[in-house]
Design a protein around this ligand. Structure first.
Ligand code: ATP
Ligand code: MG
Length: 565
């Protein structure tokens, strides 16, 4: 992405702590003055807004400091991974506004990693353990109590090599054997207590098929992959701080084997992950919501996924700005989702075309307006941006207004429509209610009013003091539409911190479907994902489920933040 596309804020911000490190490394000429980062998703789910924070960091560093950022799929666990996820991840990164230099896969390094593991075995630094994972866990000890040695720790090198080959041949069932690094069962860093570095998985891999049965663990793949690629700054989230010594240890081992690499070494840096209120970021749990049909898919507009946010009406700019605002620190925090909502509201305020839509319509008949007459009125597309121009709206005798904008017996402060009180119809006339027609059950079927022909928008009399302004559409010149109103996915602020099964915490009102809405004809040509402001209601976009005869809109966000007043 070129810098011309960046907003002012993006260009003028002060440096975060990782940028400061990069600036210093450049000044010192570390790694030959090279900057190389990577974004390393595991293709086991769709990207979420938390990943956007990592993407903005990884790609932002390379963009701002003349470096390179590669996309690397951390595909070391075939049982959970799929090409569907690979494709979606690439689409979402590009949508966010970033581009990688190269696409790499950890699976491209399986042979190199295997050879490295063999070298560790040959130098007595790794062994095959046949104990169950439970037993291995029990023997780990605690940070203050040393662990106990596995009875298999001192196998011969020949035996270890033979068994390692068997682990990869398909003869060994999953879970029956692992390869462990022989480090230090008393080390205060638990990750040094003979970590498992290879395990057996029989599920075919989405790229390497049935070639491998022994797969490297994260700690044995990540740092090495960084090294093979020439990554200089391996940026990740704080939970990896405790893995860093192991990262460095394997890099040291590799460097011993490759003296020709000179001073080069990748270094890991960690920032705080994004946690947002009323949602959760665990891919595993998001997958569960999809698989159990608790949402309509990864792109359900209630989901915190990038594909969900895009369908909901979020723009890449609004997400980048949000990430920029929350910043990067070394402390975990829970960010109020209202900040994200604020960011899209601000963005759409600047760019969304203003139109009229009535979500829960009731008919308003102007009894003194000539039958059959159609007036073309002018509506400003965006008061924030004159260059967006105007469009025409049709005014007729029969209109729809919002049912909640009328009250028969209204309290004093009700400034909308009630018998005897004047209100303004946006862009049109001042009208006064004269009566209603009700069905047998008391439901109002029609509202009658008289319009004042001297109060057309723009006429001097239109300036008459009237407290309420209502939106409306013409009965004849409007289109039917479905409107999907969204609210927060969970009922509690931090569902990940609750003991209760997270599925019990879902907000049943996170989606309300209004099937009887009416929208102005201007929207007939709206295309999927187009943004609009429905005046007085909120920001909406066109859902891809829309078909020719049936427009469907998603509420991206309400006009005002009603929950945080
Ligand atoms: P899982 O949820 O399956 O444990 P993950 O969310 O860590 O996985 P990865 O695919 O491993 O997903 O993440 C790729 C990168 O995105 C990593 O560098 C990770 O640190 C970063 N990342 C993941 N979640 C967040 C988050 N909430 N905030 C910031 N960065 C994140
Ligand atoms: Mg991860």
């Amino acid at each position: 992405m070129s810098t011309e596309n960046l907003t002012n804020e993006e260009n003028n911000k002060s440096l975060n702590f990782i940028e400061e490190i990069v600036v210093k490394d450049l000044a010192e000429g570390k790694n030959g003055g090279r900057i190389q980062t990577r974004f390393p998703p595991e293709p086991n789910g769709y990207l979420h807004i938390g990943h956007a924070k990592a993407i903005c960091m990884d790609f932002g560093i390379s963009r701002n400091y003349g470096g390179v950022c590669n996309l690397r799929f951390d595909d070391t666990n075939p049982s959970k991974e799929d090409v569907e996820y690979v494709d979606s991840i690439m689409e979402d990164i590009q949508w966010l506004g970033f581009n990688w230099k190269n696409v790499y896969y950890a699976s491209d390094y399986f042979q190199q990693l295997w050879d490295f593991a063999v070298q560790l075995i040959q130098t007595g630094k790794a062994y095959i353990d046949e104990q169950s994972s439970e037993t291995i866990a029990q023997q780990k000890g605690t940070p203050t109590r040393p662990g106990t040695h596995s009875p298999y720790r001192d196998r011969s090198i020949e035996e270890n090599l033979a068994l390692f080959n068997k682990m990869n041949s398909g003869e060994i069932p999953e879970g029956a054997m692992v390869l462990r690094a022989k480090i230090d069962m008393a080390n205060p860093n638990m990750h040094f207590r003979d970590p498992v570095i290879y395990r057996v998985i029989h599920h075919p891999h989405h790229r390497t098929g049935a070639k491998w049965k022994a797969y490297p663990m994260y700690d044995f793949a990540h740092g090495q992959s960084d090294y093979f690629e020439g990554v200089t700054h391996s940026i990740c989230t704080l939970e990896f701080v405790v893995h860093r010594p192991l990262y460095d240890l394997f890099v040291d081992e590799l460097k011993e084997l490759r003296p020709e690499d000179g001073d080069y070494r990748p270094r890991q840096y960690e920032f705080n992950r994004l946690n947002l209120t009323y949602t959760m970021m665990s891919k595993r749990k998001l997958l569960q919501l999809v698989q159990e049909g608790l949402v309509s898919g990864w792109d359900d507009p209630r989901m915190p996924t990038l594909t969900g946010l895009r369908r909901r009406g979020y723009t890449p700019e609004s997400i980048r700005k949000f990430v920029d605002k929350i910043g990067y620190t070394k402390f975990e925090a829970l960010i109020d989702v209202a900040l994200l909502e604020h960011s899209i509201r601000e963005d759409l305020n600047a760019r969304a075309k203003r139109v009229s839509a009535v979500i829960d319509p009731v008919k308003l008949i102007l009894t003194n307006y000539p039958e059959g007459q159609v007036e073309k009125l002018e509506a400003v597309n965006n008061p924030e941006d004159e260059s967006m121009g105007t469009h025409e709206i049709a005014f007729t005798r029969e209109l729809y207004i919002e049912r909640e904008d009328f009250m028969e017996d209204a309290p004093k402060k009700f400034f909308r429509m009630t018998p005897g009180q004047e209100v303004r119809l946006k862009n049109a006339y001042i009208v006064k209610c004269t009566g209603v027609k009700k069905a047998g059950d008391g439901i109002i079927e029609e509202i009658y009013a008289q319009y004042d022909p001297h109060t057309k928008s723009g006429m001097p009399e239109a300036n008459r003091k009237v407290k309420g302004t209502l939106h409306w559409v013409s009965v004849e010149h409007s289109l039917p539409a479905e409107v999907r109103l969204y609210d927060r996915l969970f009922n509690v602020e931090n569902p990940a911190a609750e003991e209760t099964d997270f599925r019990q915490l879902l907000n049943p009102e996170a989606l309300t479907v209004k099937t009887g809405a009416r929208v102005e004809k201007e929207l007939a040509n709206a295309k999927p994902l187009d943004h609009f402001q429905f005046q007085r209601i909120g920001y909406f976009n066109v859902d891809p489920d829309s078909s020719n005869g049936k427009l469907i809109f998603n509420r991206t966000v309400s006009l005002k933040d009603s929950k945080n007043k």
